[in-house]
Ligand binder design. Structure first.
Ligand SMILES: Nc1nc2c(ncn2[C@@H]2O[C@H](COP(=O)(O)OP(=O)(O)O)[C@@H](O)[C@H]2O)c(=O)[nH]1
Ligand SMILES: [Mg+2]
Length: 194
């Protein structure tokens, strides 16, 4: 698929009913707050700031749907596992993520889990991974911000990630220096069509 057009279409929360009836295929982006979900989406879209990025964690409070070529959704979800947030708020966001995934599970062609290469896989990432496995969902693991690491540390985080995610392929990339962006883009485009 060649990306001809991308536009923001809507934000939905747990009170929105319209997502139930929409049969468009979809890719969702998941990860801890600040891991680089929005930045990766912008890099894939070749847009500077269509998806709002922020250095302040916990900004996204809704599922934000972007429509590609009038046909497929790429969806930015709130971050999980943000320790400093009020418990109640955090629970709300986790509920929203889980609700969205359950409602859309038949149409989600892959769930991208982003891992910060500086931190490696965290408990909340593994929890999400297992949840998606239980739902028999296709999962794409992305380790991002590798521009911050030297080659040795990249190797280390690659190994740790493979170990944590049952030796499934790991995609190492940087949205900042655009390393391996073309490859992940092609991979996700293939999956969303399928
Ligand atoms: N060095 C580096 N910084 C990044 C990269 N991707 C995102 N960031 C930065 O990380 C912060 C959070 O990014 P954002 O995309 O808003 O994360 P989100 O909360 O997961 O959507 C921002 O300050 C970004 O500029 C990357 O590949 N390399
Ligand atoms: Mg974001």
């Amino acid at each position: 698929m060649k990306l001809k057009e991308v536009k923001f279409v809507k934000s939905v929360d747990i009170n929105s009913k319209e997502v139930f009836f929409d049969e468009k295929h979809e890719i969702i982006f998941l990860g801890r707050s600040n891991v680089g979900k929005s930045s990766l989406m912008n890099a894939i879209f070749e847009k500077k700031d269509l998806v709002k990025t922020s250095s302040m964690p916990g900004k996204t409070r809704t599922a934000n749907l972007f429509l590609l070529n009038n046909k497929y959704y790429f969806t930015d979800l709130p971050g999980y596992g943000f320790a400093k947030m009020w418990k109640e708020k955090k629970q709300d966001l986790d509920n929203l993520i889980n609700w969205y995934i359950e409602e859309r599970r038949d149409y989600i062609k892959s769930a991208v889990i982003l891992i910060d290469s500086k931190l490696g896989p965290q408990e909340s990432d593994i929890e999400m991974y297992r949840h998606l496995l239980d739902l028999e969902m296709d999962i794409t693991i992305v380790v991002t911000k590798i521009d911050k690491l030297n080659n040795n540390d990249i190797k280390k985080v690659n190994f740790l990630s493979q170990e944590a995610f049952f030796w499934q392929p790991i995609n190492l990339l940087s949205a900042k220096s655009m390393v391996w962006i073309k490859e992940i883009k092609n991979l996700l485009f293939e999956k969303v069509i399928g």
